[in-house]
Design a protein around this ligand. Structure first.
Ligand code: GAL
Length: 664
């Protein structure tokens, strides 16, 4: 194998060369001419002419002969007629079948980001599983580098752009003039994507015996309305009872709805019991009475945006509440039915917010949702307009909080949007100000309203979201149903775990399983295993679990994903300690967290495009000696292990396990 890396002088990367080095400065000069040329070299094929659908990237899409922002590919002032413009992090694999000779490309940050301080990337070339060339970190404006890699006999070529471990902002990456020189008469290489395999999960048989799910702890402000549906599965009819309910609350024995209003502050240990013809199940529910004790576990529910966007209306919200019950998801802990943007009308002469024609009577919508024991959420912005351009709360905060309370709203998503035009700058006080203001407005209302901050992570919101009263805060931009989006978002959460806990959670955005599509629903574009990874990681991260699909049209797979009680229990764990990443070996990752019952939850995540074995060592996760391991998607015990556990994980997939014996 021969590698040369040209940047004025010949540089070799520190690896064993399996063939004599023959590249010279002269060769490199000739190769530089090839990648700059309009003309295809003999037996060559431009990278841009391969199927780039399989090139992943975390912003935009791969552009043939253009930068990611669709400008001419330009490096160091030179325009390249050929090549691919991409964005970190990016990866594509090419099957060569031993029919190629050499790969050439000039690489760097496209000149459209030459001056951007955040632009920093690295390029790597892998051949048959070995890294054979890498540029190190390249900043915006740095001299581009020529990559020249011998492909003699090679089967697979992988091209990777990393983000230099500092986030992907401004990481516009060019594979300029990228060309594969083939043996005469050889067939063009094909690109490979992640295999679409059946998900690694077992859909369990529905058990007729009663079981209780959902939060084990719930809080409410004394004197304000309390509503909590006991989530329980089992053959109907089920009857419900509760022992030691605090003063002010009562339970409906037929529906399992606990309602009323707490008389006084305190922590109450209630025993909840459900019964049917097959048996009885009991468990403890802690009810906390205190000021603003909301979201003691992450909120679970549905939000209209990812499926309906601007097409949401009253009928769709009522249908979502119906489906939450009929699909059985409410019985697994899902409680909130949240209306996102585009419900807003104008204001009346008194300045009170009105709904638009899609929501003729918000109080009646809310009564309908509450009649099922579910809670209802709404959306606004601290600016004058919402993201979709509707009336928002600027200078009407108290009025709006009181209107929401009068309507019976339980949850507010407060989305920065046009407040960008009001804030003086991006300083911390300016970022916090509108959220302090809305927090105070919500606190003075005569109803508990969960406060969800949405400002995409600005100013490291995870460090101060709790201080401004946030029960959860978006940590990223909007999610979509692509691997790039999913991968970019979950991997950026590492390190944020220390800021979250009961009452205040990181929110890496809503779920994209099932039929999603922002007004034009289609089955999620995530592969089945990517969907398993998505749900596993959102559980591990203690993320709010807001379903983003049409719940009236869920297939058995989607229901299985959303109703895995063993996974949901991690999300709802009362200790509330989200996972962090404890190991990452070239995309084979281990995330771990401690649970309230003394066990440890571990996600073994494979972000590469090939099935791979991943192991977790007990010492990495603070565990000792012989430990039982349970596989939470196969719903079975994997055995007892002494110092580590190793398992095959599908490409873009996740194996979720629980290690240890429950002390509960
Ligand atoms: C975005 C927000 C989305 C959605 C949308 C509505 O800013 O991140 O989740 O709420 O606004 O316009």
């Amino acid at each position: 194998m021969k590698i040369s890396l040209w940047m004025g002088a010949l540089v070799l990367t520190g690896m064993t060369l399996s063939a004599p080095l023959s590249s010279s400065a002269q060769d490199s000069a000739a190769e530089s001419e090839i990648v700059k040329s309009e003309q295809l070299p003999a037996n060559g094929i431009w990278l841009e002419n391969l199927n780039l659908v399989n090139m992943s990237q975390e912003y935009g899409s791969p552009n043939a002969r253009k930068s990611v922002d669709s400008n001419p590919l330009t490096l160091g002032g030179v325009v390249y007629p050929h090549g691919v413009g991409t964005h970190a992090k990016s990866e594509v694999a090419l099957l060569l079948n031993g029919s190629a000779k050499r790969f050439l490309a000039m690489v760097g940050v496209d000149d459209e980001r030459a001056k951007a301080a955040d632009a920093s990337i690295s390029f790597e070339v892998w051949v048959d599983g070995k890294k054979v060339a890498s540029t190190g970190v390249l900043h915006g404006g740095a001299t581009p580098k020529l990559l020249s890699v011998d492909l003699t006999g090679a089967k697979k070529l992988t091209l990777i752009v990393g983000d230099a471990e500092d986030g992907i902002s401004d990481d516009h990456a060019d594979w300029a003039g990228a060309v594969i020189l083939l043996n005469p008469g050889a067939k063009a290489p094909t690109t490979v994507g992640v295999p679409i395999e059946p998900a690694r999960l077992v859909i369990p048989a529905v058990s007729p015996t009663p079981q209780i799910h959902g939060p084990r702890i719930v809080g409410s402000t004394p004197g304000k309305p309390f509503l909590f549906l006991i989530s329980a599965t089992g053959a109907g009819p089920i009857t419900y009872s509760a022992r030691n309910l605090p003063a002010g609350l009562q339970i409906d024995g037929a529906t399992g709805v606990i309602s009323g209003s707490l008389k006084s502050a305190g922590e109450y240990s209630v025993t909840v019991t459900v019964k049917n013809s097959k048996g009885t199940a009991s468990r403890k529910l802690t009810i906390v009475g205190g000021e603003h004790k909301l979201a003691l576990t992450p909120p679970m529910g549905w939000n209209s945006w990812n499926v309906w966007a601007g097409n949401v209306d009253d009928a769709k919200v009522r249908a979502a509440a119906d489906a939450m019950i009929s699909s059985g998801l409410a019985a697994h802990g899902f409680q909130y039915v949240n209306i996102d943007d585009t419900w807003e009308g104008s204001r009346n002469p008194a300045g009170e917010i009105l709904t638009n024609e899609k929501f003729p009577n918000m109080k009646s919508t809310s009564d309908y949702v509450h009649s099922k024991g579910l809670k209802i959420g709404i959306y606004s912005s601290p600016g004058p307009k919402t993201c979709a351009g509707f009336e928002a709360s600027y200078q009407h905060e108290i009025q709006d909080a009181n209107t929401y309370a009068a309507w019976g709203i339980d949850y507010l998503k407060h989305d920065w949007c046009s407040y960008g035009g009001i804030a003086k700058d991006n300083s911390l006080p300016e970022l916090q100000k509108p959220y302090f203001m809305m927090r105070d407005a919500l606190y003075q209302a005569n109803r508990d309203i969960l406060f969800s901050l949405c400002q995409y992570g600005m100013g490291d919101v995870w460090k101060w979201g709790a201080e401004v009263g946030g029960n959860c805060w978006r940590t990223t931009g909007d999610i979509n149903d692509s691997w790039s989006s999913l991968h970019g978002i979950y991997s950026s959460q590492d390190g944020h775990e220390k800021y979250a806990g009961p009452g205040h959670w990181n929110d890496p955005d809503m779920l994209v399983v099932g039929a999603v599509g922002w007004g034009n629903p289609h089955p999620s574009h995530l592969t089945p295993n990517e969907q398993v990874l998505h749900i596993s990681m959102w559980c591990m991260l203690s993320s709010p679990l807001l379903i983003g699909c049409d719940m009236s049209k869920m297939d058995a797979f989607t229901v299985a994903l959303l109703s895995n009680d063993e996974a949901l229990d991690i999300n709802q764990d009362p200790l509330g300690k989200p996972a962090g990443r404890v190991a990452n070996n070239e995309g084979l990752e281990v995330w771990s967290r401690k649970l309230w019952d003394g066990t440890t939850a571990v996600a073994l995540v494979n972000s590469t495009i090939q099935t791979a074995a991943i192991s977790v060592n007990w010492e990495t996760i603070g565990v000792k000696g012989s430990q039982p391991v349970r596989d939470l998607w196969l719903h079975k015990d994997a055995g007892t292990f002494n110092s580590s556990y190793k398992v095959e994980v599908p490409a873009h997939g996740c194996v979720l396990i629980k290690i240890g014996k429950s002390a509960s």
